[in-house]
Design a protein around this ligand. Structure first.
Ligand SMILES: [Zn+2]
Length: 338
């Protein structure tokens, strides 16, 4: 608006000198003001003022205001100087540094061309002034002796402790002691027991080499045998005649057959029973209708509650003279009682 009014005011002063016609002057001022506004484009619709390229704007844009003067107290900052890195230690700038570089993996052919000082001893010396001492990499700990050689192999075949079974066997009144591991080819018993007697002083003749679980099953079954002896004979069981416990062989003494549970000290062959007063009784001595037959049938049936395999006279030719008892594991806990 100021740019528009400058020429208009000059024209107004010229007209002021004309004192003859005030009204004409006023009308002229009105029309002149309208003309000035029209020339400035303020009374035209937007976009129509400069539509004609032959009519440039009648005003000249003012230059932007000058920025304020910088105060004297604000001086330009001095250029910052980047600090230089510390000087490289002399030990690292010479051949010694090259050798240290080799120690950390940079093997070069220069090592073979020119002799270099022994840096292994140098690394152990205390660092000199400004020297960077690279610590020697620590060695791995030595392998424990029990994890090496034959001791390690022994660990792989040792069976876990069966403390609970041993405790139960003691409570059943059995007399036993631990044996050295048994091994013969594929036949083995890592922790066999030498069982000499069971509850109530019932002796095993001869002593049996058995796993703890097989001995426990035998001890529990023998308590039922004791009950049957008192019931059928009014006597006490005093001994069990055994045919064999740990024997490395195939089933039914067949060398081509699957290994018998006897090969793992997991089976017992009972040949007969000894009593306190009456004569001993063989497994084969069974005449129907006699107390002996009732006793033998009772203890044979009862064995199925403690063992997984029970075979005897009548099962097959191999078990005609003894009662075979073992703890062979079968699918779904199946038992073989014949
Ligand atoms: Zn057998």
């Amino acid at each position: 608006m100021a740019a528009v009014s400058l020429p208009c005011m000059a024209r107004r002063r010229m007209r002021d000198r004309d004192a003859l016609s005030v009204e004409r002057d006023i009308r002229g001022m009105k029309s002149f003001t309208v003309a000035c506004l029209l020339a400035a484009g303020l009374l035209l619709p937007p976009g129509a003022a400069w539509s004609d390229p032959a009519k440039p704007p009648a005003t000249v844009p003012l230059p932007p205001p000058q920025p304020p003067a910088r105060p004297e107290g604000l001086l330009p900052p001095e250029p910052q100087v980047t600090p230089l890195p510390p000087e490289r230690p002399a030990e690292l700038a010479t051949g010694a540094g090259k050798e240290i570089g080799k120690e950390i993996g940079k093997e070069t052919e220069k090592k073979t061309e020119e002799p270099q000082p022994d840096t292994s001893s140098k690394a152990k010396e205390p660092p000199k002034d400004g020297a960077v001492a690279l610590p020697a990499p620590p060695l791995p700990p030595e392998r424990p002796p029990e994890l090496s050689g034959e001791q390690a192999l022994a660990l792989t075949v040792s069976a876990p402790e069966d403390t609970a079974c041993l405790r139960r066997l003691e409570r059943l009144g059995a007399r036993f002691e631990a044996m050295a591991p048994l091994r013969n080819g594929q036949c083995s018993a890592p922790r066999p027991l030498n069982v000499t007697a069971l509850a109530d002083g019932v002796t095993l003749e001869p002593a049996a080499s058995l796993t703890c679980r097989a001995a426990e099953a035998l001890a529990r079954w023998t308590t039922e045998v004791q009950v049957a002896a008192e019931k059928q004979f009014g006597d006490q069981l005093k001994s069990l005649a055994l045919g064999g416990t740990y024997v490395c062989r195939g089933q039914n003494h067949d060398t081509d057959a699957k290994l018998s549970e006897h090969s793992f000290a997991n089976a017992i062959d009972v040949m007969g029973y000894g009593f306190a007063k009456r004569p001993s009784l063989k497994v084969t001595a069974a005449t129907e209708g006699t107390p002996e037959a009732a006793f033998l049938a009772s203890v044979r049936t009862g064995a199925c509650g403690f063992f997984r395999t029970v075979l005897g006279p009548g099962s097959d030719a191999a078990h005609g003279n003894h009662l075979h008892l073992d703890l062979r594991e079968r699918n779904a806990g199946h038992r073989l009682c014949q």
